[in-house]
Design a protein around this ligand. Structure first.
Ligand code: SF4
Ligand code: SF4
Length: 182
């Protein structure tokens, strides 16, 4: 069986999503050391790894669908890996910011975040790291002790529109709705 089919991914039901953007905010703060208040006070830009999109008369979210991962194949530094549960993960610490993964993703799911000057130095190198690649990681690092994935967007959604699923039909449904599949 094509292992992509059984990869776990985030799906947002357009019938339940009301486009409130709570999931974006939860994603951005879950991946930052700043909460919303302190980020505003310190002039920090919080970036979410999901996007709320309006298509026709409905809203849903767009984020990594944990696919066959051409992004993984494109990374020349081997910092993108496939985890045991089938999730594709970027090692952001060792990402060099070369952008090749974002060019390889057919669904525009990787955001290249500009780094402030003070974070651009690479120890032992004259080169600078100006960007880091970000994408939905299912909040993989926030797993409970029993391995449960507690994705921040799922917890934040007031209408319970977001779920973790392995249903390939829902992946196809989302990519069709967001215009990536005919
Ligand atoms: S931007 Fe980072 S993750 Fe993407 S291909 Fe380059 S090194 Fe790999
Ligand atoms: S970032 Fe894009 S190419 Fe990589 S696994 Fe996600 S959807 Fe696939």
């Amino acid at each position: 069986m094509n292992d992509v089919l059984s990869n776990v991914f985030i799906y947002t039901d357009p019938e339940r999503c009301m486009g409130c953007h709570s999931c974006e905010l939860a994603c951005a703060t879950a991946h930052s050391t700043y909460d919303l208040h302190s980020a505003v006070l310190n002039g920090i830009t919080l970036l979410s790894r999901n996007k709320v999109v309006k298509v026709a008369d409905v809203t849903t979210t767009s984020q990594c669908v944990q696919c066959k991962a051409p992004c993984l194949d494109a990374c020349p530094f081997d910092v993108i890996t496939r985890e045991a549960i089938g999730a594709i993960k970027i090692d952001e610490t060792n990402c060099t910011g070369c952008k090749l993964c974002s060019k390889a993703c057919p669904y525009d799911c990787i955001t290249m975040m500009p780094l402030p000057l003070e974070l651009q130095a690479i120890p032992g190198s004259k080169k600078k790291k100006k960007f880091v690649a970000l994408k939905c990681d299912l909040c993989f690092d926030l797993r409970g002790e029993d391995g449960t994935i507690n994705s921040a967007c799922i917890q934040a959604c007031p209408t319970k529109a977001i779920t973790l699923t392995r249903d390939p039909a829902l992946r196809t449904k989302n990519l069709t709705l967001t215009g990536y599949l005919a």
